[in-house]
Design a protein around this ligand. Structure first.
Ligand SMILES: *[C@@H]1O[C@H](CO)[C@@H](O)[C@H](O)[C@H]1NC(C)=O
Ligand SMILES: *[C@@H]1O[C@H](CO)[C@@H](O)[C@H](O)[C@H]1NC(C)=O
Ligand SMILES: *[C@@H]1O[C@H](CO)[C@@H](O)[C@H](O)[C@H]1NC(C)=O
Ligand SMILES: *[C@@H]1O[C@H](CO)[C@@H](O)[C@H](O)[C@H]1NC(C)=O
Length: 429
């Protein structure tokens, strides 16, 4: 299967090379039904309507493409029974390009044509090979156009999440980030990190779980992996069932479409682009499990505010929980925890307060020490005077002086006197 993908990519790429002077821009409306494998590239200059550019894993195709060497690259990988040119991919592409000019590459792969367990099994067999083919495209982009792997963010849904993982495993450098949108379970559950998407595949791996459970008997349910496989794993509403779905479909949706609980993850991810760190929408809290998140009387906001979706970052790792609404928009403000911006302000204020306190303490201690040191030297001089038989009684004015010092430092003064007495004893002999 991956060989087919590779060959088709090569064929497409040669076509791209032949018509390179016209930049090989296709309208997505007509080839929506394309049944071959391809990679689609968008940048801000190539995103009007449904325009895209086809690229393949060969030098000619890649060198003539509109790939931007000095920009971030997003790689979107669809899941089972799907296609690269589907609404969620196109919407996500627009959200990404609205944030900044970047390369958005959507991978088209043969993801099965029948909603059966057998088709699912056969399709998942091809996942490592597709991942390897995608890595060849990336290697070519790196060699010919200077793709920066640290600025590569792969986003994969269901089987596509594992394809992203295998693309990374086959690549010479780790990806910057991989976001797993409800990564497929089934055969991937309880497998080793080599056989599925894993946190070792990128510098940062964030996972959103929306239909994760473990039940092969209901093969049309539990599409998401019930395992923490990223640096940060988000479990909205507990990660099993989503409130919007229980309203719109029965629990057992064996009707030929993937479950709402599973595919809704793309809507959550897309909606996350509408928020920033000044709000607490999609803010998630660390917890041992969903029950603890719901019922622990103590609210734990975590060391650093962490958001589900595009704002997720490597600052906080572990399992994070949040609730959503049952109608779009799904995000809820978390009024009990600070936004990332608020947290940063509080942290900055705390640092300023610490610096001021330290400065005040330093000044106070220096002043104190100065006075003491002065006192010790005076006492020492005085003590030496008093124990020196040659000098006789200390002059009256010095005693008065010593008493004055003693008001602020009677203990240290006493110590100083004894000290002076000890050091001066040999002189007595
Ligand atoms: C899909 O699966 C059903 C049930 O197993 C089978 O009858 C049908 O032929 C399959 N269709 C395709 C296109 O494989
Ligand atoms: C699909 O794969 C699973 C796990 O490998 C296996 O238990 C199941 O029998 C397979 N189903 C079919 C229809 O091949
Ligand atoms: C593709 O380009 C790279 C980098 O410019 C070069 O090292 C490689 O040999 C080229 N491959 C082919 C098949 O021309
Ligand atoms: C999340 O939703 C559950 C179920 O509706 C509820 O019991 C829980 O209190 C909510 N938790 C928070 C923190 O809002």
């Amino acid at each position: 299967m991956h060989r087919t993908f590779h060959v088709l990519l090569a064929v497409l790429a040669s076509l791209a090379a032949i018509s390179a002077d016209t930049h090989t821009v296709f309208e997505a409306s007509s080839p929506l039904q394309v049944d071959f494998d391809a990679a689609y590239l968008w940048t801000r200059g190539y995103m009007e309507g449904t325009q895209y550019e086809l690229i393949g894993a060969n030098n000619a195709s890649v060198s003539q493409s509109h790939f931007l060497a000095s920009a971030d690259t997003y790689l979107i990988v669809h899941g089972f029974l799907s296609h690269a040119i589907v609404p969620w991919v196109l919407t996500l592409k627009d959200k990404i390009l609205a944030r900044g000019n970047s390369n958005v590459i959507a991978v088209q792969w043969a993801s099965g044509d029948n909603f059966t367990e057998l088709a699912y099994n056969e399709t998942s067999d091809t996942v490592p090979g597709i991942g390897a083919a995608v890595s060849r495209l990336l290697t070519t982009l790196q060699a010919v156009r200077g793709l920066d792997y640290t600025r590569l963010h792969a986003i994969g849904l269901n089987l596509g999440a594992h394809i992203a993982g295998f693309a990374a495993k086959n690549s010479p450098y780790p990806f910057g980030r991989i976001t797993g949108l409800d990564p497929a379970s089934k055969r991937y559950l309880h497998t080793s990190s080599k056989e599925r998407l894993d946190k070792s595949d990128a510098l940062y791996v964030d996972i959103m779980h929306t239909n994760s459970c473990n039940n092969w008997n209901k093969w049309y349910d539990c599409f998401g992996i019930y395992m923490s496989i990223g640096h940060t794993d988000f479990w909205p509403n507990g990660g099993f069932f989503q409130p919007v779905c229980s309203k719109t479909e029965s629990h057992h949706a064996g009707d030929g479409s993937l479950r709402c609980d599973h595919t809704i993850v793309t809507e959550y991810f897309i909606e996350s682009f509408d928020y920033d760190i000044t709000s607490t929408k999609f803010l998630a809290r660390p917890a041992k499990n969903y029950h603890a998140y719901c019922f622990d009387p103590v609210i734990h906001c975590g060391p650093l505010p962490q958001y589900m979706g595009i704002l997720a970052d490597s600052g906080s790792s572990g399992d994070y929980y949040l609730n959503t609404t049952s109608v779009a928009p799904y995000a809820i403000e978390d009024k009990s925890c600070p936004s990332r911006e608020r947290h940063a302000e509080v942290a900055a204020a705390a640092i300023v307060a610490i610096i001021i306190t330290v400065l005040i303490l330093v000044v106070a201690i220096s002043a104190f020490v100065c006075i003491k040191v002065k006192g010790i030297f005076k006492r020492k001089a005085e003590g030496a005077d008093m124990t020196d038989p040659l000098l006789g009684d200390a002059p009256q004015d010095r005693v008065v002086d010593g008493q004055e010092e003693g008001r602020s430092s009677s203990i240290l003064g006493g110590v100083a006197r004894s000290f002076a007495g000890i050091v001066s004893r040999p002189v007595d002999v």
